[in-house]
Design a protein around this ligand. Structure first.
Ligand SMILES: *[C@@H]1O[C@H](CO)[C@@H](O)[C@H](O)[C@H]1NC(C)=O
Ligand SMILES: *[C@@H]1O[C@H](CO)[C@@H](O)[C@H](O)[C@H]1NC(C)=O
Ligand SMILES: *[C@@H]1O[C@H](CO)[C@@H](O)[C@H](O)[C@H]1NC(C)=O
Ligand SMILES: *[C@@H]1O[C@H](CO)[C@@H](O)[C@H](O)[C@H]1NC(C)=O
Ligand SMILES: *[C@@H]1O[C@H](CO)[C@@H](O)[C@H](O)[C@H]1NC(C)=O
Ligand SMILES: *[C@@H]1O[C@H](CO)[C@@H](O)[C@H](O)[C@H]1NC(C)=O
Ligand SMILES: *[C@@H]1O[C@H](CO)[C@@H](O)[C@H](O)[C@H]1NC(C)=O
Ligand SMILES: *[C@@H]1O[C@H](CO)[C@@H](O)[C@H](O)[C@H]1NC(C)=O
Length: 532
């Protein structure tokens, strides 16, 4: 029974979430015809490093968010002695052994959130046991964790315990707990254990590969926020640039995106509407200065100025220090500006709309002040904030240890796709990590034996965008783990375009004659990765 397309389903769920009413469940606590989950005792050991505060178990029937299915809903709150934390973990187990496919999937979070209940249904519906955790960052369900308010105990004081939970501890604890519950319920350990996550969830997957090599046999970790200490402040850079120069209306960004995409499209040798080698494309933003743009908000014609061009240039260039030194990568040419350089026309003026996770990072993790005035951050202030972020959080949240030897040796597989048009987390942090691994682990071929990175032209953050999206990254990972089928390429599509994406650092090369929308017109050729 090969599980199919869970990752695209997850993406669909994410996209559709605001419009969906999640499944309704019928809860019945005393069934006679099924093995009792209600009385399940989860054995834990003092060596686990946590103590269970309470456990709640209920059988759920015909849960219909995806298709009607039954499961045992196990929720556990636990604490780490001395940490004063309350960590919530929820595990769903298919109700019968026949319905269980013998596998476990741990799921991760996004932004400043550690995990989501809505990650579970697509897996459990297919027979997986699956879990998520809040890592304690909802403060026992009293705050919206995406605010980042959990990062401090009081102004000026970081909540180190919760930062550790969020960084790595809670995914591991959840896995230990879930495996114990699975053994207690089904009478055997999972045959395969997996991890699935994107963005912050992607980072959590990399952390597991680096530090808990025995937790998972396969890890799907897309658009990963490795280098969070750099990425988080760098994601605030365009807002700082605009606050200190000018905030262009969206129509200016749209005009630039179109011009940049057209200019960069053919750089890889084929005009196919996709920017496939962003690193080779250098668009001079001055070229559009003097052009008039018809805007809708405000509804008027606007002349592109040198200042507008400078905002775009700095957004593409990425964060720099006040003396012009590289701090972190900017947006890839061809990626939408709406994520990090969003603006809105309101009350007669155009104002920046910062990426909320980045703004919350600056306020709570860096300034450690709920009243931080992030909107008035100067270039000097940004410089200081960036250094502080790197200094305070690289140890705990850096997630870029270039040594996956233990994971490789135990036979683990790591699969990642990262969109080349990711508007929130640039793919350059991921390729940099891959390069460092190549250095420390014996070259690209040695790394590709167990870790494959697929860069996807035109694809956004965790999917979406205009480019062909990986259709079944989950299937590719599980086939690799369970059947040794090496993902030589990763199939990706839109309704009209297909591509067989190449494992980094190989790149797609057009055969010079085929239909450009078709995958078969391209082959993967060796490269040094410099085009990406
Ligand atoms: C499951 O729920 C759906 C939708 O509420 C309903 O149509 C269906 O009859 C239910 N199936 C069972 C077996 O209860
Ligand atoms: C699982 O149990 C928890 C704790 O009782 C509850 O909050 C949650 O809504 C339940 N989930 C489902 C799908 O029933
Ligand atoms: C967490 O919140 C619940 C519900 O409000 C409460 O009953 C429980 O005592 C709290 N747990 C801790 C450890 O504070
Ligand atoms: C970009 O174009 C401007 C105006 O044509 C020119 O002055 C400048 O030198 C160009 N910059 C680069 C890096 O080529
Ligand atoms: C902008 O609007 C003007 C006046 O309505 C029109 O003449 C012009 O063609 C428009 N330009 C573009 C690029 O749509
Ligand atoms: C717009 O102006 C009104 C009145 O001065 C003010 O109350 C409101 O907060 C402003 N809106 C924004 C988004 O700044
Ligand atoms: C890499 O990790 C392995 C296994 O954990 C360890 O034995 C080895 O010393 C590490 N290599 C380096 C260079 O740190
Ligand atoms: C992509 O291909 C898969 C597998 O062939 C198919 O199920 C899916 O519908 C396709 N997606 C799109 C957007 O056409």
């Amino acid at each position: 029974m090969t599980p199919r397309r869970a990752s695209s389903f997850q993406r669909w769920l994410l996209a559709a979430l605001p419009f969906l009413t999640l499944g309704q469940a019928h809860v019945n606590s005393t069934p006679s015809h099924l093995p009792s989950c209600a009385n399940l005792k989860i054995p834990t050991s003092s060596g686990d490093g946590f103590r269970i505060i309470s456990t709640k178990i209920a059988e759920v029937y015909n849960y219909t968010s995806v298709a009607g299915f039954d499961f045992c809903n196990i929720s556990v709150t636990l604490t780490h002695p001395g940490a004063n934390d309350v960590v919530y973990t929820e595990l769903w187990l298919p109700l019968t052994k026949q319905k269980w496919n013998g596998r476990f999937v741990a799921t991760g979070g996004g932004g400043l959130v550690a995990g989501f209940e809505y990650s579970l249904p697509p897996f459990v519906q297919q027979g997986y046991a699956s879990a998520y955790t809040d890592a304690g960052v909802t403060l026992n369900n009293t705050i919206d964790p995406s605010t980042g308010a959990w990062a401090i105990t009081s102004p000026g004081h970081l909540n180190h315990a919760l930062i550790e939970n969020f960084a790595y501890r809670s995914i591991h604890d959840m896995t230990v707990l879930s495996k114990a519950a699975i053994r207690a319920f089904y009478g055997c350990a999972p045959v395969y254990s997996y991890y699935s996550g994107c963005s912050t969830g992607g980072r959590m997957g990399y952390f597991a590969a680096q530090h808990y090599p025995n937790d998972f046999d396969g890890i799907l970790a897309n658009s990963p926020a490795i280098n969070t200490p750099q990425v988080s402040p760098a994601d605030f850079w365009p807002s700082v640039v605009m606050a200190n120069t000018v905030a262009p209306p969206q129509c200016i960004f749209d005009t630039y995106l179109e011009a940049i995409t057209a200019f960069c499209d053919g750089v890889d040798g084929v005009v196919d509407g996709l920017v496939s080698e962003p690193a080779l494309c250098h668009f001079n933003t001055s070229n559009l200065v003097g052009q008039t743009v018809n805007c809708s908000s405000p509804a008027t014609q606007i002349l592109i100025t040198a200042q507008h061009a400078e905002v775009i240039a700095k957004t593409l260039q990425g964060a720099t220090s006040t003396t012009g030194e590289f701090l972190w990568y900017g947006l890839a040419p061809g990626a939408p500006f709406t994520g990090l350089a969003n603006t809105v026309y309101t009350n007669g003026s155009v104002v920046p709309v910062p990426f909320s996770a980045a703004q919350n990072w600056i306020a709570y993790f860096v300034d450690q002040n709920p009243n931080a005035d992030t909107a008035t951050l100067t270039f000097d202030g940004f410089d200081t904030a960036f250094s502080r972020s790197v200094e305070l959080f690289t140890g705990v949240l850096g997630t870029d240890n270039p040594n996956l030897t233990a994971y490789k040796h135990k036979g683990g597989k790591l699969l990642t796709f990262h969109g080349l048009a990711d508007p929130l987390i640039t793919h350059w942090g991921t390729t940099r990590y891959h390069e460092r691994l190549q250095h420390s682990m014996g070259g690209a071929a040695a790394v590709n034996e167990f870790y494959r990175l697929f860069l996807a032209p035109g694809v956004g953050h965790c999917g979406g965008g205009t480019g062909p999206n990986p259709a079944d990254a989950w299937g590719a990972l599980t086939n690799w783990v369970e059947h040794g089928i090496v993902p030589e390429t990763l199939f990706a599509n839109t309704t009209t375009v297909t591509r067989d994406l190449c494992p980094y650092p190989a790149k797609l090369q057009y055969n010079g004659k085929g239909y450009v929308n078709r995958a078969s017109s391209f082959t993967c050729v060796p490269s040094d990765g410099s085009g990406y």
